[in-house]
Design a protein around this ligand. Structure first.
Ligand SMILES: [Fe+2]
Length: 568
């Protein structure tokens, strides 16, 4: 059975299910080089089919996330633009002068409201599949089913995001095959959208820089935060005896209210207040859902659960027996749910392999790399060496205080670099934070880096009362004193929390080898890991992207497959 899952909205992504598992998955931004790309992911679809060595005729079903015809029209139109739109635009059209009027007009045109079948035909024609093989799946069902690969029957599933197909949050129970929804909140009362509007209010990019707002929170102190939080308390809440959110106004219209009520407060108080409001509301929501259903195995998905601090607090709730957080649970994960739905529709008894390794994107052979390196005249002044054991070379460089950008094997899917497209460094050295921020990534000074650590040594550094396994950088932990000694550069500078990647031999043997060798040389059981990209660009995918990043930054060492490119 072969099923293709597609999210054609922002963070557009395609994934392919074959032989009982997801074999390929990649977001279109990796090819378009436009962060959070919006529009049908044609190149990603081609990649998935090529990887599996199949043609469109071999695909049994194509499941596309989204049932709102107007949004689907926006997605279709976005592809036709000379300068495609990325995520901060789209449904944010009215706020962005960068969106061409033609796109706004398509989105606003109510003639598409009831034209689902016409739009399905358009997708069929453009994608090259017969219309009978195309299905649409509601946005929040797709979010909820994105957890289904990894959870057991009678798991409580919560989704929370900005908005999708009219809703911003759902509560359901997974029975082993299907979801039984017990609550849905209209997009008009969206906590995710409120967070996004606060991000805009603070002068940052919506749908992209919410994590920077989260990163500011620990720096703010004092009573002014509570005053500020009261503004949010009066704006959004959980309905009494309900699992639905409610709000004073349609959250889409809250920006003037925020400007009026918050302008006397400093930026860090606002950031801290919205983060604390989110933490408070989400944990209360989860507690109520557990109380209502009597179920304490919990799974979560949707963009709000990109918030690693919220996830930490949910995980720490005594009511939660265990928590599954969908990896990279923004809209890039919708194809997981689409595939699960499609597979079960075709054959209810088809087994599916749990998600574990997220290295599901393109890879490049050493021959390909050699060819690219030798044909790029801009590299003639730089040193290029082939190393059979490149992992040992990288570990040596790290132990000697060098920063190395590493590109090897299949590109990881999702917002986090998990070692195959990562910049890595010695986490003991706090100066490295400044060097990476200024010379390489032009990052914001308050944003922390993260550690990749040997999974079996994580207890050395993390306070992890539930012994959670954290391979995807989707949850934060408070840390033990040893972390401040061994890996200070990979912690949040102010609250010393960490957003770790647990690395095992099974998940990534070569990355595991680098960290193990680094440990044998230094006694430190982890490395600093930040995504391999320039600020504002998608994470690199190809050797060409890696070379562009090398040339346009202060990076001294880039390891591409077994080749080491250096400015020495
Ligand atoms: Fe979503």
């Amino acid at each position: 059975m072969i099923v293709l899952g597609i999210n054609p909205g922002h963070n557009s992504t395609a994934a392919l299910f074959k032989d009982g598992k997801i074999v390929a998955m990649v977001s279109e931004e990796k090819f378009s080089r436009i962060k959070n790309y919006l529009g049908m992911p044609y190149k990603s679809i081609d990649y998935c089919l090529d990887y599996a060595k199949i043609t469109k005729n071999d695909v049994d079903l194509v499941v596309i996330a989204g049932t709102n015809p107007r949004s689907q029209m926006l997605n279709i139109t976005a592809n036709g633009l000379e300068s495609p739109v990325s995520s901060e635009r789209g449904f944010m059209a009215s706020l962005s002068s960068a969106v061409p009027k033609s796109v706004i007009n398509v989105y606003s045109d109510f003639k598409w409201k009831n034209k689902s079948s016409e739009i399905k035909q358009m997708h069929a024609d453009k994608l090259g599949f017969p219309i009978e093989k195309i299905e649409f799946l509601d946005h929040h069902t797709a979010h909820a089913l994105s957890c289904a690969f990894n959870i057991k029957p009678n798991t409580l599933v919560l989704t929370l995001d900005g908005e999708g197909d009219g809703y911003c949050g759902t509560v359901s129970v997974f029975d082993g095959k299907n979801l039984n929804f017990i609550s849905k909140t209209s997009q008009d009362h969206s906590l995710g959208l409120l967070y996004m509007y606060v991000t805009i209010y603070l002068g940052m990019k919506p749908n992209e820089h919410e994590f920077k707002v989260m990163g500011l929170e620990p720096y703010a102190k004092g009573e002014r935060i509570n005053e500020c939080k009261k503004v949010f308390d009066e704006l959004i809440w959980l309905k009494e005896n309900s699992l639905e959110f409610d709000s004073k106004m349609n959250i889409h219209e809250c920006l003037p209210y925020l400007y009026e009520k918050l302008r006397k407060y400093r930026f860090d108080y606002v950031a801290a207040a919205v983060q604390r409001k989110t933490e408070e509301l989400v944990t209360e929501w989860v507690k109520r859902a557990i109380k209502t259903t009597g179920l304490n195995h919990v799974a979560v998905s949707g963009g709000v659960f990109m918030n690693v601090k919220v996830n930490m607090l949910v995980n720490e709730l005594p009511e939660v027996e265990d928590l599954f957080i969908c990896p990279s649970p923004g809209d890039e994960s919708l194809p997981f749910g689409c595939i699960y739905y499609g597979v079960k529709k075709l054959n209810e008894s088809q087994s599916v392999e749990p998600l574990a390794r997220l290295y599901l994107g393109p890879e490049y052979s050493n021959d390909y790399v050699k060819n690219v390196l030798s044909n790029d005249k801009r590299l003639s002044n730089y040193k290029i060496e082939y190393h059979e054991d490149i992992e040992s070379v990288i570990a040596d460089l790290l132990a000697n205080g060098k920063i190395v950008a590493r590109m090897k094997g299949r590109c990881e899917w999702g917002a986090r670099a998990l070692g195959n497209r990562s910049i890595i460094a010695d986490p003991r050295n706090l100066d490295i934070v400044k060097i990476i921020n200024e010379q390489i990534k032009s990052r914001d000074f308050w944003m922390p880096f993260a550690p990749s650590m040997l999974a079996d040594k994580s207890d050395k550094y993390l306070i992890n009362p539930k012994h959670s396994f954290a391979p995807w950088m989707i949850i934060a932990f408070n840390t033990k004193p040893q972390a401040k000694i061994d890996i200070p550069a990979a912690l949040h500078a102010y609250d010393l929390s960490a957003r770790p990647q647990f690395v095992t031999k099974e998940l990534n043997p070569e990355y595991y080898k680098i960290i193990s060798l680094f440990e044998s040389k230094t006694g430190i059981s982890g490395v600093l890991n930040t995504s391999f990209n320039l600020h504002g660009e998608p994470i690199v995918c190809s050797p060409e992207d890696a070379i562009h990043t090398f040339l346009d930054s202060g990076l001294e060492y880039v390891a591409i497959e077994n080749y080491l490119l250096s400015k020495q």
